[in-house]
Design a protein around this ligand. Structure first.
Ligand SMILES: NC(=O)c1ccc[n+]([C@@H]2O[C@H](COP(=O)([O-])OP(=O)(O)OC[C@H]3O[C@@H](n4cnc5c(N)ncnc54)[C@H](O)[C@@H]3O)[C@@H](O)[C@H]2O)c1
Length: 308
């Protein structure tokens, strides 16, 4: 097996989920997190995630017991072929972590950062030589959402991005390649663009929070779970494909784009959204809603397995 032993640095929201996924794939995982309760919380998370991973057919080779807990990052990465870094999103902590592990990494080990907001270039500043270091940005929770955004640059050694992509493939992820450094990588920018317009529609009184949410999940969101927006529009004008679609809709889209909202979050807007989502939740707790979200995502993944 490629990289039979792995490490997760940081065992919070993202690190615990990666740990569950790597364990499920049959790998052992060494975890380092200075928080005193981390062993309990990571073990609890793995136990919670295991039935879902089993339902998705991902645990045939794995055991939740192949996890170990360590007292330093340097100790945790010893012997690991793949290291997923999930420490807090603060450059100083990322840099200190990289400086600590660089001298003791296995030869050829790949280190991937989960960072959402920091760029690869900023994080490379923590390395003497960042040749084996890539961005490997997941979506929460990584054990359930397939996407990982992978990025290297001219300081990354040949084959390392491909090695990371191969590793993610073996644990059941779908990777995309980020070719250029931008804030938020790719998918978070797409989320931000859609959310801005969703908020603008609420603030303008066009529809309620609940109805704007419904317009996404019951409408285009279902199609987007099948295919991306450009391919869908390629299928949106019959046999003429995207050329016919653009021919028909260029003026329409350009007009809509000129009209899109330019809102920024502030206290008033945040309050409006909180009230709206409170009504939409109808008394269900965040834990109940999270469980419902995960059950729906799991059911969709199961139903579509093998269809791509
Ligand atoms: N939460 C998300 O939705 C999400 C999604 C994708 C990527 N990310 C990225 O994942 C990374 C981790 O985010 P999170 O949401 O899991 O944060 P979190 O706060 O839940 O977890 C961070 C963990 O790191 C631990 N920690 C603190 N200092 C450490 C150190 N020196 N070495 C090792 N561990 C240390 C903390 O005790 C904590 O358990 C961030 O870079 C974030 O941008 C988060």
């Amino acid at each position: 097996m490629e990289c039979a032993h792995t490490a997760c640095l940081g065992g919070g929201v993202i690190g615990a989920s990666w740990t569950a996924l790597f364990l499920a794939s049959g790998r052992s995982v060494a975890v380092f997190d200075p928080s005193p309760g981390v062993e309990r919380s990571v073990r609890d998370y793995v136990e919670m995630a295991w039935p879902t991973l089993t339902e998705l057919g991902l645990t045939q080779n794995g055991t939740p017991d192949a996890v170990s807990f360590h007292t330093s990052a340097a100790e945790a990465v010893a012997g690991a072929g793949f290291v997923q870094e999930n420490v807090p999103e603060r450059l100083a902590i990322k840099h200190a972590t990289f400086a600590e592990i660089e001298p003791v990494l296995e030869s050829g080990a790949i280190v991937a950062s989960s960072a959402s907001g920091l760029t690869l270039g900023q994080m490379q500043g923590g390395w003497q030589d960042p040749a084996q270091f890539v961005l490997g940005h997941p979506f929460n929770p990584p054990h359930l959402i397939p996407l990982v955004e992978v990025m290297g640059n001219d300081r990354t050694a040949d084959g390392v991005v491909e090695g990371a992509e191969r590793f993610y493939d073996t644990v059941g992820k779908v990777t995309i390649r980020v070719n250029k450094e931008v804030a938020g990588h790719v998918a978070n920018r797409l989320q931000a663009a859609l959310w801005r317009e969703a908020i603008s529609l609420v603030v303008d009184g066009v529809a309620s929070v609940e109805d704007v949410d419904k317009a996404v999940w019951a409408g285009p969101g279902l199609r987007w779970a099948a295919m991306g927006p450009t391919m869908l529009f390629n299928l949106g004008a019959g046999d003429g494909g995207l050329e016919a679609f653009c021919d028909h809709f260029t003026d329409t889209f350009n007009g809509w784009w000129d009209d899109l909202g330019q809102v920024y979050l502030n206290d008033d807007i945040t309050r409006t959204l909180i009230e709206g989502v409170g009504e939409e939740a109808r008394g269900q707790t965040p834990a109940e809603l999270s469980a419902k979200r995960d059950a729906l995502i799991t059911a969709m993944q199961k139903a579509t397995a093998g269809l791509r």
